[in-house]
Design a protein around this ligand. Structure first.
Ligand code: GLU
Length: 307
């Protein structure tokens, strides 16, 4: 298949949408990003990569980091992780407090904010007081992306912490239900730091290969997780990867995927490739507007959806 031409067509067809999205401004440091940017990359199992647009530009991966933290939590806790978080779509905005109250401090899934904060807490417990949990997380991301330079943008992390009242509230609510073991501020700080990690679409598409290949990195041969765990992560990406627009994404794109409010979206084509797209303008549910359309066009043009 001529992937390069297909990606170019997609970039051309989505261009009119770039000005229609709205950059996330609840994190002030993200509000400064130019919304008219677009990049799309795919990486095959032999490492061959195709890219069009701003694919070397680093951006804030935000909630895409939750795929990696959930991977680590499943690896260390296996199914015991489901004693503290669910795996059902929330049907609610990503930062909703109401559902968490009704459901006694057990977040619906690992990809809404409460669930991801809970996962970060579990990782703090696993690594222990003496370790730097953030460094462990970013170390894993560097490994799956094959890129040792990956790090977090301190300005963005700081900006999130300064305005993170709602996330602090979610964490405190879980603590009140005895579903958060470590210091609230410390856990939320690590959460913001992993959200503020910066990558480009090339690195992100490469980082999805272990999920496309039953938990094994097809380039290095490293076994990150079991095939069963990879299956579960893909399933949760399909059902919960786009907040209350998860059904819409499955309907239009038909791939396991995860978005972040920085405008990035990753997707997995099982047994074939990792995909990543970036465009900072978001739709009403907080997902990249042009990015979602680009992935829809990709599966339509190639026939490569999982359905
Ligand atoms: N750091 C962001 C927050 O907690 C992540 C949200 C997202 O990417 O959806 O609000």
């Amino acid at each position: 298949m001529d992937y390069q031409s297909i990606l170019q067509e997609i970039a051309d067809e989505t261009r009119p949408l770039l000005s229609q999205g709205k950059v996330a401004d609840y994190i002030p440091a993200l509000a400064e990003v130019d919304p008219l940017q677009f990049g799309i990359s795919l990486t095959l199992f032999d490492g061959t990569e195709y890219s069009v647009g701003s694919t070397d530009t680093l951006f804030s991966i935000q909630s895409i980091s939750k795929v990696f933290t959930f991977t680590l939590a499943l690896k260390f806790y296996s199914t015991a992780i489901y004693e503290r978080i669910g795996r059902e779509p929330s049907g609610n905005p990503f930062n909703s407090l109401v559902q968490l109250e009704y459901e006694h401090g057990i977040p619906r899934n690992p990809f809404i904010n409460a669930g991801a904060i809970n996962v970060t807490d579990a990782l703090h417990s696993h690594y222990g007081e003496m370790a730097d949990t953030f460094e462990e997380i970013v170390g894993f991301i560097r490994a799956v992306a094959g890129e040792p330079s990956i790090t977090c943008n301190k300005t963005v992390a700081h900006s999130e912490m300064e305005h993170g009242f709602r996330n602090m509230a979610l964490a405190n609510l879980m603590k009140s239900f005895h579903n958060l073991d470590n210091n609230v501020e410390k856990v939320v700080q690590t959460y913001f730091r992993h959200c503020a990690i910066e990558m480009d679409t090339k690195m992100l598409s490469r980082s999805m290969l272990y999920l496309a290949n039953h938990g094994i990195d097809p380039i290095t041969g490293t076994v990150h997780i079991t095939p069963q765990q990879a299956k579960r992560i893909n399933a949760v990406m399909l059902t919960c990867g786009h907040y209350d627009a998860s059904g819409d994404f499955a309907f239009h794109v038909g791939l396991p995927g995860k978005s972040g409010v920085g405008g990035g979206i990753v997707a997995v084509i099982p047994k074939l490739m990792g995909l990543a797209v970036w465009s900072p303008g978001l739709n009403a549910q907080g997902n990249s507007l042009a990015g979602t359309k680009a992935l829809e066009l990709f599966t339509t043009k190639t026939g490569l959806s999982i359905f």
